[in-house]
Design a protein around this ligand. Structure first.
Ligand code: SF4
Ligand code: F3S
Length: 107
């Protein structure tokens, strides 16, 4: 099992999740974070920390968010680790909850 970052992280990137992960498995892209499924130990700590409610267990992904399981695995291999909290993206509060945003994902 793994936890998965989903669509509502895009253009928000609050990074609160990074602070609690005991195994540093978050990876950072330009406007989105992913979880490396090979490192995640399913501790559940990150899920309640995300102000955008963007993190789910892979077997609890909301309808329409299934594609993010594959996207997390793929992008985790390309992006560098992020281990410290940083300020959210500009306008993160405005983008929180807007959908669809998947076309705005920068790789
Ligand atoms: Fe890290 Fe735990 Fe979240 Fe997995 S569930 S990404 S190990 S904080
Ligand atoms: Fe994204 Fe939520 Fe983390 S918005 S960066 S998954 S705290």
């Amino acid at each position: 099992m793994t936890f998965v970052v989903t669509e509502n992280c895009i253009k928000c990137k609050f990074t609160d999740c990074v602070d609690v992960c005991p195994v540093d498995c978050f990876r950072e892209g330009p406007n989105f974070l992913v979880i490396d499924p090979d490192e995640c130990i399913d501790c559940t700590l990150c899920e309640p920390e995300c102000p955008a409610n963007a993190i789910f267990a892979e077997d609890e992904l909301p309808e329409g968010q299934e594609v993010f399981l594959q996207l997390n695995a793929q992008l985790a291999k390309q992006w560098p680790a992020i281990t410290e909290v940083k300020p959210p993206l500009p306008d993160a509060d405005e983008w929180n909850g807007k959908e669809p945003k998947i076309d705005l994902l920068e790789k």
